[in-house]
Design a protein around this ligand. Sequence first.
Ligand code: ITT
Length: 204
Amino acid sequence: MPRLVVATRNEGKLKELASLLAPLGIEVVSLEVYPEIPEIPELGDTFEENALAKARVAAAQTGQLVMADDSGLEVDVLAGAPGVYSARFAGESRDDTLNNQKLLRLLEGVPWEKRGARFRCVIALVAPDGTERTAEGVCAGVIGYEPRGTGGFGYDPLFYVPEYDRTFAELDLDTKNHISHRGRALLAARELVVELLGERHDFD
Ligand code: ITT
């Protein structure tokens, strides 16, 4: 069975990606299977640069087709912050609760109509022969006044989706995957996986 390595150690992400990739009938593993690969620094200014950097390192070290995503939250009134710094917004501890608290603090007094935001996700695919592809997805919403819901991860409890009258943390996984930035990027990326696996048969 062909193997796809997802270059992440974020369990929430892996769960979402694995569920979206299930129809392909391929083996999906994360970097947990390759403990020797070090943490890959995200030094780029764009999601695309960071996703490609992660995928290139992992492809070179595993010899497998690798998928990496870089994603984050862009808040209008913060001029697109935290953006590529979403995971480390409140510091290197990468603590979701602290990140959410900081976001709420910065938006204190900001009225509902100015709390617009979007999640953005870029997925990069890198094959062992150096072939590279990327796909992008976005999902628009509003930053709530307080956390709601227990599902998902990261900023989900603050990310309110008007069409569903729920935050991402109040939606079940299938619904979130259907509309999320990652879900949309992956829909496009799934086609690229098929294309790349089709071109090469010696991945596994
Ligand atoms: P890997 O690099 O190991 O994949 P990470 O958590 O560092 O995991 P990113 O660099 O892509 O992932 O950081 C994205 C951050 O943006 C993530 O930690 C969350 O804070 C936020 N984020 C991205 N997608 C999200 C989602 O679907 N729901 C909530 N927060 C999200």
